[in-house]
Design a protein around this ligand. Structure first.
Ligand code: NAD
Length: 511
């Protein structure tokens, strides 16, 4: 069988339609690769705005010493701004569309492209959530229509998702993957399914974090710290939602919910309420956090907790694995007595917590449940200080909690408080996402390697979710998920069959 794959060298003329946030970055990237770019906008004023954004980005590169003045001028000379679509796309080998995320706009545009483009031109849409099949279905040459999903900012982010519909020819998908590589990106190829890889995994996780907040399981700061310190992610989920925009996030969840159903994608009521209140995140000055003041406001409760007196003595109940030995040394080094068993005066008893089991049982065994706090250390294993989750059964007294928080502050631990629920904060958030990732593998949508690449390059994960799953141990993940399912009754936490099978067989997803 002969292949008609267009090589990257054959793609010399590229039309970028829509010079907004994404299009201006894509036009810059393509022009930097030495190709001629026609940059198309609906009006001269939008064209001017888009070109100004593009120039500012190049100027920044020059200021930082990453681009010479001459190179900037050569890149700009390769870009021809126009506002006549038909004339602009006539000679294009490849058209990249980045107009607003509205199906009626895209369909109207593609009808126009059908008439104006060469019959052999590839048409690629940068849509994040619309059906590419529906966009392609209205064109005369749907075999040459595909998705080319860049991440923001396009010149910087390394990932590109190349999306094929049932009508896209393999040659078209292959050509786009090769061009993406030639632009210095790492492509992953998937079929046309809501959210592709990255958004389909990211948004249910973000939604889960909102649910933890709205059900009073943790503060917004602790939820964010659990993900940033415990999982090593670039930022916590609530901070990320504020950055993406809560309205955009709600819209993406609604698309995912319409396609897949189930509880993971059903937008958390709090997310909807914040949108109703027009608190869209950073862009509107307020979302989960308030950006109208330079320093984030701390609550009176936070202040009371950290300023509570540090106890003079702490009972540390020894565990078989020696998980608390280092903590015992740290407490002693801070001049606080460590007792192996509580005395009648001991107001704080620490036990080793295990996300698979309730701390409550250990607290009852110790005999003073109101004085007991569980502690669970988690981290990325990369030498950075990990996270200490202070786990509080409902019977733990408020004063005990305050002592534990004050002690953690004295020891300089990165600490969060979590209720005594399976997985606590970090593993509950992470393991549910691992389950979603395995479901994607099970359904044949993406390979473990592509999923990990997509989340590392698209979201800045230090390790991909399936690598993290392997490191945590599939059997361990299954036990925590089953406990989450039992406690919440939410079927979304049921380990997917492939995960359960790998756990039983001791198989790893990334070998
Ligand atoms: P944007 O609103 O910043 O830019 C869209 C631009 O398209 C505007 O400048 C508008 O004037 C122009 N436009 C509208 N109709 C047009 C037409 N018919 N012809 C030419 N230009 C037209 O939007 P954006 O954030 O750049 O998003 C563009 C696309 O990229 C959307 O499909 C979006 O889902 C996708 N996307 C966005 C992001 C992101 O982080 N913003 C990330 C990945 C993908």
């Amino acid at each position: 069988m002969t292949s008609n794959v267009i090589r990257p060298a054959d793609i010399r003329d590229v039309a970028v339609i829509g010079l907004g946030l994404m299009g201006s970055g894509i036009a810059e990237l393509v022009a930097r690769s030495g190709r001629r770019v026609v940059a198309i906008e609906i009006s001269q004023s939008f064209l001017d705005q888009g070109m100004a954004r593009l120039r500012a980005s190049l100027d920044k590169a020059v200021t930082r010493g990453k681009l010479t003045d001459t190179a900037r001028e050569e890149i700009l000379a390769r870009i021809r701004p126009v506002h006549d679509i038909a004339a602009g796309v006539a000679d294009a080998d490849l058209v990249i569309e980045a107009i607003p995320e509205r199906m009626e706009l895209k369909r109207t545009l593609y009808a126009e492209l059908d008439q104006a483009c060469r019959a052999d031109a590839i048409l690629a849409t940068n849509t994040s959530s619309l059906s590419i099949t529906e966009i392609a279905g209205g064109t005369r040459h749907p075999a040459r229509v595909a998705g080319l999903h860049f991440f923001n900012p396009a010149p910087v982010m390394k990932l590109v998702e190349v999306i094929s519909t049932v009508l896209t020819s393999p040659d078209t998908a292959e050509a786009l993957a090769l061009v993406a590589r030639d632009l210095g990106k790492t492509p992953v190829q998937v079929s046309d399914r809501a959210g592709f890889i990255v958004n389909a995994l990211l948004f249910p996780y973000l939604n889960h974090a909102v649910r933890l907040l709205e059900t009073a399981q943790a503060t917004r700061e602790d939820i964010d710290k659990a993900a940033a310190v415990g999982l090593g992610l670039p930022m916590g989920p609530l901070t990320l939602l504020d950055l993406i925009g809560l309205d955009t996030s709600l819209a993406i969840l609604e698309v995912l919910q319409a396609e897949f159903g189930g509880t993971r994608y059903a937008p958390a009521p709090l997310l909807r309420k914040l949108c109703d209140a027009r608190l869209f995140g950073r862009k509107s000055g307020r979302g989960f956090y308030d950006y109208r003041h330079s320093t984030p406001a701390t609550t009176a409760e936070d202040h009371d907790l950290v300023s509570a007196p540090v106890p003079g003595e702490v009972a540390l109940i020894k565990d078989q694995d020696g998980l608390l030995d280092e903590l015992a040394s740290q407490i002693t080094a801070a001049g606080i007595s460590v007792l192996p068993q509580p005395s009648p005066e001991t107001g704080l008893i620490i036990v080793a917590a295990d996300p698979k089991h309730r701390v409550l049982d250990a607290a009852l065994a110790v005999g003073h449940p109101a004085d007991v706090v569980g502690i669970y250390f988690t981290g990325t294993g990369d030498g950075k200080p990990g996270l200490a989750e202070l786990v509080l059964p409902d019977v733990t007294a408020a004063a005990t909690r305050a002592k534990a928080v004050a002690l953690a502050a004295r020891l300089g631990l990165h600490a969060v408080t979590s209720p005594d629920r399976p997985g606590f904060l970090t593993e509950a958030l992470a393991f549910a996402q691992f389950n979603d990732a395995v479901r994607m593998v099970q359904e044949g949508f993406a390979s473990p390697a592509d999923i990990d690449t997509a989340m590392m390059l698209g979201c800045g994960y230090p390790r991909g979710p399936l690598q993290m799953l392997d490191d945590a141990g599939p059997a361990n993940v299954v036990t925590v998920l089953e406990a989450m399912h039992t406690t919440t009754g939410d079927p979304a936490f049921t380990p997917v069959p492939l995960l359960a099978e790998y756990a039983t067989a001791g198989t790893r997803f990334r070998s």
